[in-house]
Design a protein around this ligand. Sequence first.
Ligand code: IPM
Ligand code: MG
Length: 347
Amino acid sequence: MKIAVFAGDGIGPEVTAQAVRVLNALDLPGLELIEGDVGGAAWRKHGHPLPEATLAIAHAADAILFGAVGDFDCDNLERHLRPEQAILGLRKELGLFANLRPATVFKGLEDMSSLKSEIALAIDLLIVRELNGDVYFGDKGIETLADGSRRGWDMMSYSEAEVRRIAHVGFRAAQGRRGKLCSVDKANVLETSQVWRDTVIAVSAEYPDVELSHMYVDNAAMQLVKNPGAFDVVVTGNLFGDILSDQASMCVGSIGLLASAALAEGTKGLYEPIHGSAPDIAGQDKANPMATILSAAMLLRHSFGLEAPAARIEAAVAKALADGIRGGDLGGSAGTREIGDAVLARL
Ligand code: IPM
Ligand code: MG
């Protein structure tokens, strides 16, 4: 069990350290953790956010536990040197095309939601976001026009093959849940979305047990706050998925609790909390490590098929929350290490 641990920037190292304590406490046979530098931290040390050595560790590992990247000091660097390129590069280089972003309200925490608690309590959805295509990886550039002003562009595209493979992930996920898949696009305006929609419909023939619906992304944003309980699995492209998953996290209210997986074909995956590097509270023992600890649980489940220890971690986090252990993000005062201790005690 080779697990690469890429802590990254800001609160990344603190929250990752707690997840590593939890993994070590499980006494898993053959567990090997290998650390690597990513993001602004890697740029400072090696001049690149995703150094060759880190990429080699990632290729050799069975799974990757990722903290967070993002560093204000790097905001003016050329784009290929910015911390975000570490995560984008790993997604692309390792073919991590399927992003699973579950959003569920923990009982007792519904007051944290920006929505009315009876609406929030109904949230139990999974966003399946495509991660290897779309405007993120299309031709892009900035040119200077004759009048001296600039024009920027980023090309959006999806091939049928790219849509097909993420659609299968969406349909299979729906089969394991409530059997409903909502495909989100902008087919009323975008040709990319027309190919997306036609392809999802074609794939649906293989899943007669899944109820497929389609929604334009603007309407999806609206329904997410109006009636989020109606969603089971949402499958969508890279950009729409980026936006909707942040929105979904606030509907739940506790961004410090949401984990995610980025999966390749096969069992390889990268697991990370969906929150960012939060430089404003970095190094102060204030960040909630629960999302990273829950990401470690997803790692055991999806990359190693270890359902029992994964469920054990999730139960320990749920118990800590039920016992009133709250980080600052949940209006409490428990510190990063204290939350780690509380979860370990309940394992
Ligand atoms: C995310 C983040 C990344 C993205 C950034 C850090 C590049 O927002 O994982 O959602 O846009 O995909
Ligand atoms: Mg995002």
